[in-house]
Design a protein around this ligand. Sequence first.
Ligand code: NAD
Length: 356
Amino acid sequence: MQISASGLTAYVRDIFSHAGCSEAEAERIGRYLVAANLTGHDSHGVIRVPRYVSWLQEGEVEADKTPEVVTDGPAFALVDAHYGFGQTAGPFATELGIRKARENGVAIVALRHAGHLGRIGEWAEQAAAAGLVSVHFVNVAGSLLVAPFGSVDRRFSTAPFAAGFPVQGAEPVILDFATSAVAEGKVLVASQGGKALPEGVLIEPDGRLSSDPATLYGPLDGPERDNLKGAGAIRAFGEHKGSGLALLCELLAGVLTGSGTAGPGPRRFCNGMLSLYMTPEAFGSQDAMVQETRAYLDFFKGARPVPGGEVLLPGEPERRTRARRLADGVPLPDPVWETLLAAGRPFGLDGEAYRT
Ligand code: NAD
């Protein structure tokens, strides 16, 4: 099925305002989840709604928590989200980083105990829109999913990394990926009839490579998906190098922020994020920088493509998908739409009414 971004945003907003969030927070949840679908990252979009609702109902994530600035240095801040929604804590921490970097040239913001922060590129885009370079290391406490290079045992979360580089007069470069071979959400999407997984991104306990979501979720006989039920793991991307970056994300976002690492033992689910913000003007002449950026990106784009290929800047695929989906609507596999309809029903909401 296909639904307009505005209709889908309104439906998700209404689900969360009925589920106990203020209108403002519910609107943010709708906006950021649909924004992820618009970029093509369906794994971090509205497919998450049923899980977010049950987290809210179980007290795993709390409505309308005001993020607390625990330490407020001139160019550094530690923010505790107190397990409030990531869609509230994410923009708050990013705005704080932007303000401090503008005052000091650079800033570091450590965010801990945030509910799911969704698509991390969103925060790099927010900083780039304000003219700032940013780098974000993220981890997920209580979410052991990924086996390090050389192992079959889960030791990492899907620990994403993102960075943004603004380009004057053009779109920013936005690099944003999970350090796992695939984001967990992509396994979830595949398990619900969406895009199939690439070969060998999962690993069975005996070391066999797999692309079957059952490796992570166990038997797929009902709608329920519990990543604790699968015996296998997602593999880290990029062999030993990606595995090393995942380790760094756990240390920077999990340890340094105080948010907690992926494991061991049972831990409350939350995102930690260590972000660096840089004001380009603090590093030298703007004119020289703009010139070098343009010249370099033209040089980059001018690289000869492989047969049938195309050289894209990070961020370009997302912008193309966004333009297309804003015009045509957001496509959702029927089983995902069914779970969304079911999420609205207890609140007396009819999702179909938002499709007009
Ligand atoms: P991915 O593998 O789709 O990679 C996306 C990145 O690669 C983007 O920067 C994109 O612009 C770039 N890219 C894609 N195709 C390209 C091409 N042909 N040429 C050049 N660049 C290209 O991303 P992923 O690892 O599946 O992650 C998906 C999302 O999941 C991300 O937004 C990430 O932040 C999010 N995530 C969030 C959490 C969390 O806890 N909040 C955890 C894991 C992942």
